[in-house]
Design a protein around this ligand. Sequence first.
Ligand SMILES: NC(=O)c1ccc[n+]([C@@H]2O[C@H](COP(=O)([O-])OP(=O)(O)OC[C@H]3O[C@@H](n4cnc5c(N)ncnc54)[C@H](O)[C@@H]3O)[C@@H](O)[C@H]2O)c1
Length: 331
Amino acid sequence: MKFMSILVTGGAGYIGSVTVELLRKRGEEVVVLDDLRHGHRAALVPDVPFYQGTFGDAALVGRIVAQHGVDACIHFAALIEVGESVVEPARYFENNSAQALALLEALRKAGVARFVFSSTAAVYGQPKQIPIPEDHPQWPTNPYGWSKLFVERMLESFDRAYGLRFVALRYFNASGATAEHGEHHEPETHLIPNVLKAALGRRSHVSVFGQYYPTPDGTAVRDYIHVADLGSAHMLALDYLRDGGASECINLGNGKGYSVLEVIETARRVTGRAIEARKEPPRPGDPSHLVACADKARRVLGWEPACPQLEDIIRSAWEWRLAHPDGYPVA
Ligand SMILES: NC(=O)c1ccc[n+]([C@@H]2O[C@H](COP(=O)([O-])OP(=O)(O)OC[C@H]3O[C@@H](n4cnc5c(N)ncnc54)[C@H](O)[C@@H]3O)[C@@H](O)[C@H]2O)c1
């Protein structure tokens, strides 16, 4: 059976570019929409149909759908910096929430009724139980989390009123790389790429925010998931929707937490380099633990992570970093 095109917003970003790589490897038609404010043209092979523009531009989305026969959308595009969202909430609500509404309206008018959404563990806020199940209360601790939670609520309402079917994938900490695509954010606030930059001598040290959390070594614990495992979950979510599956919100994590100090120690082992860690005060709004209950992804999507070990995740990121010490070239 021949499928039509998939619109991938944010396909020039970290997780989007890996998913585009995997989608094309399995023979899917893909069209990417990204305004490149944080993405990289070099993260897309030249023959991927690409539109530089904002995903809230309803006229542009309508044209792309008509021209490429789009029948599903994977929506990665968003602003992703928790700290920035605290200082500039209006930008986050405009970009991540208001523009998402415009995108959903444009897709509805064009008859696109399958939608995979990049949600986040940040929709839960401070966890009341670990691991976190999907029915955990949702009360984000920052505007970024709220901007994503609002979209989940829009999706539920669009499903009820208009028959949109969606899968909202709540990622925990995306990490690692494929041979072709890796993580290059400016500025970089994620732990693993910063640890590897320090290993490479591109930063003097790595900051450890908070030493007195109620965790075994006092530093924050996170659930790291390989970016290609995230990508494969998106393809399974698409298959699920194509097979008529009902709308769902699903966690994507490995169900195992590692502390900041464990990540740094593992990176020292993998790279064989010295990495200086400096103690800093905790960041406001950072929960002590974020670990997924990942059973639903297995049960509903049949998802099985291929690279669940932290050491392998860090090794893949390190190999990409060694091949691209400065990240993607500027276009
Ligand atoms: N990286 C993580 O650990 C993580 C965890 C949970 C959820 N997420 C979610 O996954 C998605 C992708 O994250 P990422 O790490 O790949 O981020 P990224 O910044 O690398 O990619 C996001 C892409 O969206 C594009 N973009 C942003 N606003 C846009 C707009 N208005 N119009 C068009 N393009 C726009 C950027 O240029 C960028 O290429 C985001 O929605 C993020 O909230 C990421």
